[in-house]
Write a protein that binds this ligand. Structure first.
Ligand code: BEZ
Length: 219
């Protein structure tokens, strides 16, 4: 059984493009997006890492740190990073783990042997500041991930933690949110002074409770 939602993300030591690394102290109080990619100098991976680098301002705004991993050596990562900057227009601005002995890949279930016995698949783990796994995603090696979607889920998770709301299908930042059923109407009156629209007693929509300054719809 691989890592599941709510599990504690395992701690580890690693070699990375930014030096030797102890995961928990590095993560500190931040959220972490830990993602594996199969190999260096491959086309889909090149586009993904460039896009993650481009998203840095969005990560910073949400208190998120990105952390990549593949089983290629650190010299290869560094050389490949030059190609990523050249072809994607964004220099890699987060550490990439060189997991040559596959210790971390095995710890996190990033190798799916019936898909590929040797190289990691495209996994994503969103880990919160308490080191709990809050989202897991696994893509095949041939399909590039949608990191905007990962960020959208981070927004949803952070909203849930702060305001006891959940987010409906295809929700986007700034859309109305759902008051979780565990919050009674009496409690909701205190928590959501702007009111709500009850489609059913269990389906209550309320405006995004964050101050507009806390989220930016321009991106
Ligand atoms: C790629 O990044 O393009 C890729 C890597 C491994 C297998 C298939 C595609």
């Amino acid at each position: 059984m691989g890592l599941q939602l709510g599990d504690t993300a395992p701690d580890f030591f690693a070699t990375t493009t930014e030096g030797d690394f102890h995961f928990y102290p590095w993560a500190g109080d931040a959220w972490v997006i830990l993602f594996s990619h199969p190999r260096d100098f491959t086309p889909v991976c090149t586009t993904e890492l460039g896009y993650v680098a481009r998203l840095k301002p969005e990560f910073d705004r949400r208190g998120v740190k990105a952390l990549g991993l593949s089983v290629d050596p650190v010299d290869s990562h560094r050389k490949w990073a030059e190609d990523i900057r050249e072809t994607q227009g964004h220099a890699v601005n987060f550490p990439i783990i060189a997991d040559a002995d596959r210790e971390i890949a095995r710890l996190y279930g990033m190798i799916h042997p019936r898909h590929d016995e040797v190289y990691t698949v495209r996994t994503v783990f969103v880990i919160d500041p308490r080191k709990k796994v809050r989202l897991t995603v696994t893509y095949p090696q041939t399909a590039g991930r949608n990191f905007d979607e990962i960020l959208r889920v981070v927004d949803s998770l952070q909203l849930t933690d702060a305001h006891s709301v959940s987010t409906p299908v295809n929700w986007r930042t700034g859309d109305d949110v759902i008051i979780v059923p565990a919050v009674s109407d009496a409690d909701a009156q205190k928590r959501f002074p702007q009111g709500w629209r009850a489609v059913k007693p269990y389906l209550r929509f309320t405006p995004d409770p964050r101050a507009p300054a806390d989220f930016d719809l321009s991106g």
